[in-house]
Design a binder for this molecule. Structure first.
Ligand code: PMP
Length: 428
């Protein structure tokens, strides 16, 4: 038994399924999880001493790679000064100002401790502001595990083939309407059927939890027009896209300004952080200014703020990082598409900037229904063939691949050479 297998056996005695988040159980590839012991730059090492080029990147936060020195140093220095006060600190002010400066349209921002918390808070704000109850989300989008968002959700639920979660009441589920991603016609029908009842439409501006599904031209613009016309709010869930597509987030990248944003991942530099923010009038309903209550013992935690500030300031000071990430993403996607074409394997490589997914189906994949056509058994074989060669990918078809600034051009070429060897060798 390998050390990872031993640890997994022990973990299952004390932790449900042996993991603290379902996707880490590696169920869809049928082997023990990689128990990580250390990370540095683009690489991680597991409990058996194996080294991997890591394209999970903690599922998004690590745009600068593992143990990025300025982040590590900021964390250590902050911890020495006290891990938590439950009082305001200057770092929180700096974080809020930085987000407001970088993201056009964000005027007030509140820190929380996870993406889930950011989303559930933003939804409460939307309902409190509009006095309406219904929320529209898109099939295959994942917005964390708050009750109302576990309807037709992507990510781990998609992997488990379960669109919804047990334990969510029918009444709560009925307050969420789901719509097909990239389907403006269906969205119009939903608005027509629920005139004056929809508080908000929440969307991943790039779908990244059903594999990567970019918005079709005009999709986000149409959502903006429809919500405005109906007095509903538009929420961009930028937990993945925020500060990954660009320094100005997806809203700046696509030039569409929502009313509210949710953030997480990158703004915490690898520590547990989320945030929600937006228009001043909307955010002014939040306590203590207004009647919508939301609070947190560890919100704006000084160590987490130090990590996030170090990451964001690095990105702001080195915007060339985004150009390089885009070039690496482009090279990877193009290279993979060529390999599968040459080897006659039906595949559709999608993505944007530093995000990518290979769907083993003829594309394009524009919605969750399309994504589900992918051959997941083939994805599992592809995952194993890459793992064997020391390249670690998300063990599920319905996730993104994350490239970081720490991945070199050689890392990308190595990735491609592994995929080519596997494809040519009949392993897929
Ligand atoms: N929104 C999106 C778009 C996400 O991808 C995720 C997590 N992957 C969340 C929300 C939830 O964030 P967290 O896991 O930090 O609660």
């Amino acid at each position: 038994m390998s050390r990872c297998e031993e640890l997994f056996a022990e973990a299952r005695r004390y932790i449900p399924g042996g993991v603290n988040s379902p996707v880490r159980a590696f169920r869809s590839v049928g082997c023990a999880p990689v128990f990580a012991t250390r990370g540095e730059g683009a690489y991680i090492w597991d409990a058996d001493g194996r080294k991997y080029a890591d394209y999970i990147g903690s599922w998004g936060p690590l745009i600068l790679g593992h143990a990025y020195a300025p982040v590590t140093e900021a964390v250590c220095a902050a911890a020495r000064g006290g891990a938590s006060f439950g009082l305001p600190t200057e770092r929180e002010v700096e974080m809020a100002r930085l987000i407001a400066e970088l993201v056009e349209g964000v005027e007030l921002v509140r820190m929380v401790s996870s993406g889930t918390e950011a989303v559930l808070s933003a939804l409460r704000v939307a309902r409190g502001f509009t006095g309406r109850e219904l929320i529209v989300k898109f099939e295959g989008c994942y917005h964390g595990h708050s009750d109302g968002m576990l309807v037709k959700a992507g990510s781990g639920l998609a992997t488990a083939g379960r669109p919804d979660s047990a334990g969510v009441t029918a009444k709560t589920a009925a307050e969420t309407i789901s719509c097909r991603y990239n389907d403006v016609g269906e969205m119009k029908e939903i608005f027509a059927a629920h005139k004056g009842e929809i508080a908000a439409v929440i969307v991943e501006p790039v779908g990244a939890n059903m594999g990567v599904v970019p918005p079709a031209p005009g999709f986000l613009e149409s959502l903006r027009e429809l919500t405005t016309a109906q007095g509903a709010l538009l929420i961009f869930d930028e937990v993945i896209t925020g500060f990954r597509l660009s320094l100005n987030c997806a809203s700046g990248y696509f030039g569409v300004t929502p009313d509210l944003w949710t953030f997480g991942k990158i703004i915490g530099g690898g520590l547990p952080v989320g945030a929600y923010g937006g228009r001043r009038d909307v955010m002014s309903v939040v306590a203590p200014l207004g009647p919508v209550y939301q609070a947190g013992t560890l919100s704006g935690n000084p160590v987490a703020m130090a990590a996030g500030l170090a990451a964001l300031k690095t990105l702001r000071g080195a915007p060339h990082i985004y150009k390089e990430l885009a070039a690496k993403g482009e090279r990877l996607r193009r290279g993979l598409a060529e390999i599968f074409k040459k080897c006659d394997i039906p595949a559709c490589v999608q993505g944007i900037e530093s995000l990518a997914t290979i769907f083993f189906t003829e594309g394009p994949v524009r919605s969750y229904d399309d994504a589900k056509k992918s051959d997941t058994a083939r994805y599992a074989r592809y995952w194993k063939s890459m793992e064997k060669r020391g390249v670690l990918l998300a063990p599920s078809q319905f996730e993104a691949l994350f490239i970081s600034a720490a991945h070199s051009g050689e890392d990308i070429e190595y990735f491609l050479s592994c995929a080519e060897e596997a494809a040519r060798g009949g392993e897929l």
